[in-house]
Design a protein around this ligand. Structure first.
Ligand code: ADA
Length: 565
């Protein structure tokens, strides 16, 4: 399943999930591997870093153009169709597609060479405090497209004089050599908007319109109202393509130190969540995504941070449906200036940001774009790259605020660049210090260093605990100590009016790489700071978070009720 709803009724689509032939470089044996999945689930490849080749046949019922879409291949893919290379893509966490024109009727072969090795070719997938798996780890689909098709649609809602409007931009691509006259018809509820354009050969054209949608209901965490926007493309009056998007009417604004959803201030109570589930690795199944959201909402969370990369679009679809606020971020964690000066770094980040925003723009649940978690924001060259990435985001999407989680305390020189200031703080775990004092120091410094009058989020805090390790001494690594530290941190941060959101590090234990030195010192080669373990078995902290998030939600509700009365 590519999305949680049908994206086409007219365009023929075929999902290519299932068993593919598989061969790993250096291994004589031939395998059959499920797609999507990580090859680490197979006993021969438990922590294999290398190159594997997937192949399968597809039958094309009628001659025409095909479009292959890969939602995620970890971490580099070279795609061949009948032996001809049609695509190269780097980064496990963003989708990519390839078009093959004039394919004959009959059987054809798709081959995908997958590489999850580390080295100079990979500036973002490096030894890290999460695992870079190998495989075709997200869904794949094959579409039959006409010579002219809808490439994407951007839906930007806004509110004026008490009425909802939206700007709709329909990008149409012509892969033939001849100019074509096209019409579109976009339908949302009873609203039908038509448009027309001429699209030159081998080029793209965007038809845009703004429309009043008087009777729609807003999207919010409390009422996540969603609408289907169906767009049909016609040539000479004949329907040749379509694209269905699911959208929500909401606005996000930053004013002074608060974040406003539809004009109301919000407080983000959330978790950092890696895409990693026990034996599934990063190829988290839909049922486990649903379970994660069920558990987070059971703990009264209303937000999730996609640390430290763009997420599977089905998870974002779930957040849209369940009213979960999302901080989605580009792919980067803990990179030094030397890492950031890898010749591939800037291009790989630019590609990741573009693909993240182009593909995820219409999700109402995404309210913040983040970049470069704990990278070299204390350096001049680092600042140049931070600034370049924030500017790229604003060019692609001026409707959402930006942020970056820093750990360059008292040395960060980039706090003037984002809309929201976020900092990671492990008071009581990595540094034994009074939580409230350290928090005051941090916020006072932020205000003097470019962050004054901006919303502040504590983007990471927490402690490790080994699941089922209980100890009455409440010593470090016990479930008791983790619960105590999370409680103490939440007590400070959720009662500080200068803070507008908290993200616990982390929702679930996740695997880390053994390469890279200090990560190998982590017990079990896992980051054990999850409130649940990698099998989603709750630790004592689960009930602590549940109780404290509920108390804060009730306090916030009562404050808003008082303000209203
Ligand atoms: C950092 C980092 C996280 C994780 C965390 C930890 O804040 O952003 O990815 O590594 O530390 O557990 O130490």
């Amino acid at each position: 399943m590519i999305r949680l709803f049908d994206t086409h009724y007219i365009r023929q689509t075929q999902e290519l999930d299932g068993m593919w032939d598989f061969k790993m470089d250096g291994f004589d044996k031939k395998y059959r591997m499920p797609v999507p999945s990580c090859w680490e689930q197979h006993p021969d490849f438990l922590q294999h870093r290398g190159k594997g080749t997937y192949t399968r046949k597809v039958y094309i019922k009628q001659a025409g153009n095909i479009r292959l879409e890969f939602k995620g291949v970890s971490h580099t893919a070279d795609v061949y169709f009948d032996g001809e290379k049609i695509s190269h893509h780097y980064n496990a966490f963003t989708p990519f597609s390839a078009i093959v024109k004039n394919v004959s009727k009959g059987e054809h072969e798709i081959k995908v060479e997958v590489d999850n090795t580390f080295g100079g070719h990979s500036a973002l997938h490096i030894p890290n405090d999460y695992y870079t798996y190998g495989g075709i780890t997200r869904p794949v689909s094959l579409e039959i497209i006409a010579d002219v098709y809808i490439k994407n649609i951007r839906f930007t809602p806004y509110h004026k004089n008490g009425i909802w409007y939206a700007k709709v931009e329909v990008c149409i691509c012509n892969i033939s050599n001849d100019a074509l006259n096209v019409e579109i018809k976009s339908i949302l509820n009873e609203y039908i908007i038509s448009g027309a354009a001429q699209v030159c050969g081998n080029s793209e054209t965007t038809i845009e319109f703004e429309q009043e949608f008087a009777d729609v209901k807003a999207w919010s965490d409390a009422e996540p109202n969603l609408y289907m926007l169906k767009t049909i493309l016609l040539v000479n009056g004949r329907e040749v393509d379509d694209l269905i998007e699911r959208v929500g009417f909401r606005t996000i604004e930053i004013r002074d130190t608060k974040i406003y959803l539809n004009g109301e201030p919000i407080y983000m109570r959330g978790f950092n969540r890696h895409e990693d589930y026990a034996v599934d690795g990063c190829a988290v199944s839909l049922q486990h995504m649903v379970q994660d959201i069920d558990l987070m909402q059971d703990m009264n969370a209303n937000s999730v941070r996609t640390c430290h990369y763009p997420n599977d679009e089905r998870f974002l679809d779930l957040c849209d449906e369940r009213g979960i606020f999302v901080w989605e971020e580009n792919h980067a964690r803990g990179l030094t200036l030397k890492d950031m000066q890898n010749p591939n770094f800037e291009r790989q980040c630019e590609d990741c940001i573009r693909e993240m925003i182009e593909n995820h723009y219409n999700h109402p649940s995404i309210i913040i774009w983040g970049i470069l978690n704990e990278c070299a924001s204390e350096t001049k060259d680092g600042r140049r790259m931070y600034k370049k990435q924030y500017e790229q985001i604003k060019r692609l999407d001026s409707s959402r605020p930006t942020t970056s989680a820093t750990c360059r305390h008292f040395t960060d020189i980039c706090l003037d660049l984002p809309d929201i200031i976020s900092f990671n703080m492990y008071s009581g775990w990595y540094i034994d210090c009074p939580i409230a004092d350290r928090n005051n120091q941090e916020i006072e410094w932020i205000k003097k260093s470019g962050g004054d009058n901006k919303p502040i989020i504590v983007s990471e805090f927490g402690a490790a605990a080994i699941y089922s390790y209980r100890d009455r001494s409440r010593c470090k690594w016990s479930e008791e100590r983790q619960a105590d530290l999370i409680r103490d941190n939440l007590e400070v941060y959720m009662n500080d009016d200068r803070i507008t959101g908290v993200f616990i590090w982390q929702f679930a234990d996740c695997r880390v790489t053994e390469e890279g030195g200090w990560f190998a010192t982590r017990a079990r080669c896992h980051n054990n700071k999850g409130v649940v373990d990698e099998y989603r078995r709750p630790k004592m902290a689960y009930d602590t978070v549940r109780e404290m998030f509920l108390k804060h939600a009730q306090k916030t509700y009562n404050q808003r009720l008082q303000a209203f009365l």
